[in-house]
Design a protein around this ligand. Structure first.
Ligand SMILES: [Zn+2]
Length: 388
């Protein structure tokens, strides 16, 4: 017999994620009494969060009235802040994108300049969606650096000069709603889990300029004691040829310094390849250029060496690769698989699935939207909203 929480927020969650479609199914799922469930469902209907519609299949008696989540009850702003670009989407409460606009930025211009641009983009996106600031229920923001999640302030972000301790939520004061800020890797990890998430244990590994890992435990982002869980870019990696590479963190032979986007470009230039950006190295590999392919595969093997250790430690269901370098696809995966399956314990590796994200460009915005929606509709917030 199921005995999960039967709070209004929990009931809403069950309907929203498709786990229950009627009062009867909510009763069966939560073990709460029919009266309790009905009273709370009525509250959610008057608040506009649930709607009744249609009849379900009958199992003998009167067919049940179906319940569905009213994803049009509001909207959220989803902000994906990168080093060189800002993308803002407006989505409904099921993370369906209603409008999205983007513009190049330089994150090093600092919070005042960049957040003013984000504000402009947000207003444009809202106008395109035919909505107003009053419709915004929550804001989700992903940034390319470490963030203290509880306050939404970046903490000594290495590639965001001028942003340390800046209260990012204050830039969204005009919306008068909760604002959630997290690092881009955790946000992308949420985006990869999709609406409703899943109860799986997943590692979402972003390989771009830096290398980071979103750790999903039982469907939820695991942030660790100080919020820096998954910072795998600075794990030490032995090099097959014994060479030593200095990392921007000051240590030697960090994974990022050996297999990140910058490393790939550096090694390609050393090998005399005609490239001037990491993207061009990836493109050469995609065209089947031998030396470029070998560089990407070697990066994959080094990433795989670290992932093999993580697989033994964490035993995930899945590993999803995302970020610019992950767009190399097959050759990168080949290197990663070689190292992971070669070095992981058989029990952990047996059913492990390693894949590349279907939509690496979109997962930042999707994740920011999902972070905002989950925050807005969590049990406590729904309880407070209904009490008003
Ligand atoms: Zn390092």
């Amino acid at each position: 017999m199921a005995s999960t929480s039967a709070s209004a927020g929990a009931l809403l969650h069950h309907v929203r994620t498709g786990r229950a479609r009627s009062r009867a199914e909510l009763v069966a799922l939560t073990g709460a009494s029919r009266n309790t469930v009905s009273a709370r469902v009525d509250e959610l209907i008057s608040a506009g969060l649930l709607q009744e519609g249609g009849r379900g299949g009958s199992t003998g008696g009167r067919p049940p009235t179906l319940l569905r989540f009213n994803s049009g009850a509001g909207c959220v702003l989803a902000v994906d802040l990168g080093v060189t670009s800002a993308d803002v989407a407006v989505t409904d409460l099921s993370a369906q994108i209603l409008a999205t606009v983007g513009h190049p930025i330089d994150i090093a211009d600092g919070p005042d300049v960049v957040l003013a641009e984000v504000d402009r983009l947000a207003q444009k996106a809202l106008a395109e969606a035919g909505l107003t600031p009053a419709d915004v229920c929550a804001v989700g923001v992903g940034v390319p650096g470490p963030v203290e999640f509880s306050t939404g302030r970046p903490s000594h972000p290495p590639i965001m000069p001028g942003w340390h301790d800046h209260p990012i939520p204050s830039a969204f004061g005009r919306y008068g709603c909760p604002v959630f800020v997290d690092n881009d890797v955790n946000v992308m990890a949420l985006g990869e889990m999709g609406v409703g998430g899943s109860a799986q244990d997943v590692l979402v590994v972003k390989v771009g300029t830096g290398i980071g890992c979103g750790v999903i435990v039982d469907g939820e982002v695991y942030r660790g004691a100080q919020g820096s869980a998954g910072d795998i870019g600075h794990i030490h990696v032995p090099t097959p040829d014994g060479r030593t590479v200095l990392c921007r963190c000051g240590n030697e032979n960090c994974l990022e310094a050996l297999a990140g986007g910058g490393a790939l470009l550096r090694d390609a230039l050393e090998a005399g390849l005609p490239v001037s950006s990491t993207r061009q190295v990836i493109e050469l590999a995609a065209q089947g250029d031998g030396p470029a392919l070998e560089l990407v595969r070697r990066a994959g093997r080094m990433i795989g060496t670290v992932l093999a250790a993580l697989v033994n430690f964490f035993n995930p269901h899945r590993i999803v690769m995302t970020g610019g370098v992950a767009q190399a696809g097959a050759p990168l995966l080949a290197g990663i698989r070689e190292a992971v399956y070669g070095r992981s314990m058989p029990l952990a590796a047996r059913a492990l699935e390693i894949s590349v994200s279907d939509a690496p460009d979109l997962s930042g915005r999707m994740g920011a939207a999902l972070m905002a929606i989950e925050g807005y509709l969590d049990e406590d917030s729904v309880h407070q909203a209904l009490a008003r």
